[in-house]
Design a protein around this ligand. Structure first.
Ligand code: UDX
Length: 467
């Protein structure tokens, strides 16, 4: 049995309740808990706790709070949109307050709250209990720089509709961005209500928190990370992937699939299928946990994949399967495997995977880069176009599929991009670059690496605070 009194530092980690946020914060918690004397508790919503399978190891504890949608989750109130955000920010604070009170009564008071910047109200809760606060930004540094400029009105208020409205050079960015490279909520006239506000609110109170942490690494985004360091005192602490994938195993980190999965992984089937294919032959396709493609776009992806002639592993979430073209699953048999979810990190680490067709969610992008897998970028919304721009023009680890005038990425382009990354003149170069980035990601998280130093700094500062 763990002797709680031996823990000098108790950290509560609070992710926004979606897979793309739970993963980085949960893995960060594991990283912290790998240090002697640190106890970590991850708080998830009641809905997440009941629908996911919290496969945690001994090092991380799970607590449960209410988002006001205990039985139905976000989807029950229209998805990750304003009605859900309103419920979460109304029910969340009191419920998280209760966790802090209970932990205190049990003799293990929380000293630091690491909160997802999507939940800025957590700062008030932490302060009421005398705990220190760390805001955790889950997007790329580049995207945080953009939102910082927007907040300071250095970019015109959205929607920005004309190229000429953009400043020629934006401080803190490695490259010039065009309209099509900006986060969609900055250019989309019909953006869903509440989303841009949620993103901008991440920066509320950043000047009063004790720490600002970002899931990236310095070598990957040096200008961007330095800009955030100067503006917010931010520190890069990523990639927050399980250490087994970064070649620097932590104690108590032997279970690579440990995590909180909102979907059911299909480990054995995927693994057997991947094992059956030659090195670097497979195209892995996934559009993350939220993106919902139109049936038209799904058909283009299906045909593009088929025409590429490559074997493919395609994650089609159960809510998306009806959009697959009729008979496609049958037609693709023998060529492709379609699964509702998979252990993505394990797949990216598999030798048979040659490229990743991705929506460029930040976790997927960072995971591909850290695993040395070249990318075919098919951004869908939010921060994804900016990540795709960096993939192609800054990190040179792949290509972005150009959309047509209606915004649809057509089969011919998808096929061409896959061929370009898997067999074209540039194929070797993409792979070499990706492997170089992977090495740098591993270095950042290894002893003495930039992220490792920042994590230690965060821990030692936290331990020094007078509780
Ligand atoms: C969301 C946003 O869409 C994204 O733009 C933002 O940067 C983070 O939050 P999501 O769309 O789910 O996230 O994409 P992503 O950031 O890539 O996160 C998905 C996570 O689910 C990754 O950690 C990935 O490894 C995991 N995953 C995905 C699986 O484990 N299995 C799968 O089959 C698919």
């Amino acid at each position: 049995m763990v002797n709680y009194s031996s823990h000098r530092l108790h950290i509560l980690v609070l992710p926004y309740p979606s897979q793309g946020h739970i993963n980085p914060l949960f893995q960060f918690a594991r990283r912290l808990a790998g240090h002697t004397g640190v106890r970590c508790t991850v708080a998830v919503t009641r809905f997440v706790a009941s629908s996911a399978r919290p496969a945690t190891t001994g090092s991380v504890h799970v607590a449960v709070f209410s988002d006001g949608c205990d039985d139905v989750g976000p989807e029950g109130v229209g998805g990750h949109r304003r009605p859900y955000f309103d419920r979460l920010s109304s029910a969340g604070p009191e419920s998280v307050d209760w966790i802090l009170r209970s932990e205190s009564e049990l003799g293990r008071p929380v000293h630091v709250v690491v909160y997802d910047a999507f939940l800025p109200w957590a700062q008030g809760v932490a302060r009421r209990h005398g705990a220190a606060c760390a805001a955790f930004l889950t997007q790329a540094c580049a995207v945080d720089v953009l939102y910082t400029h927007l907040r300071a009105s250095r970019i015109p208020h959205p929607p920005v509709l004309r190229e000429e409205e953009l400043p020629e050079v934006m401080a803190g960015l490695a490259t010039r961005l065009e309209l099509t490279d900006l986060p969609t909520f900055m250019v989309d006239k019909n953006r869903p209500p509440g989303l841009l506000e949620l993103l901008m609110n991440q920066f509320a109170g950043l000047d009063t928190v004790d720490h600002v942490l970002v899931n990236s690494f310095h070598d990957l985004e040096p200008q961007e990370a330095d800009y955030l360091a100067t503006t917010w005192g931010a520190k890069t602490v990523g990639p927050t992937m399980p250490s087994v994938y970064l070649g620097n195993g932590l104690l108590d980190d032997d279970d690579a699939s440990s995590g909180i999965h909102l979907q059911t992984p299909m480990t054995s089937e995927c693994k057997a299928w991947l094992d059956d294919h030659p090195v670097l032959s497979v195209v892995y396709v996934s559009f993350g946990s939220i993106a919902s493609l139109t049936s038209e776009q799904m058909a283009e992806v299906a045909e593009g994949l088929y025409r590429s002639g490559k074997p493919f592993l395609w994650v089609v979430r159960s809510t998306e399967t009806t959009k697959l073209p009729a008979n496609f699953t049958k037609r693709a048999k023998g060529r492709g495997l379609i699964v509702p979810w998979c252990p993505q990190l394990e797949v990216l680490a598999h030798p048979s995977v040659g490229c990743f067709v991705t929506h460029c969610g930040w976790n997927s992008t960072l995971e591909a880069i850290s695993s040395g897998v070249p990318i075919v970028a098919m951004p869908h919304w939010s921060d994804q176009p900016t990540n795709a721009k960096y993939v192609q023009d800054v990190w040179h680890v792949g290509v972005r599929v150009p959309p047509d005038s209606e915004g649809v990425m057509r089969r011919e382009e998808i096929e061409m991009c896959i061929r370009h990354v898997m067999e074209g003149k540039m194929c070797k170069e993409f792979k070499t670059r990706a492997l170089e980035w992977s090495k740098k990601a591993k270095k950042a998280m290894s002893k003495g690496g930039s992220s490792d130093v920042n994590i230690l700094d965060f821990l030692s500062n936290s331990a020094r605070l007078d509780f």
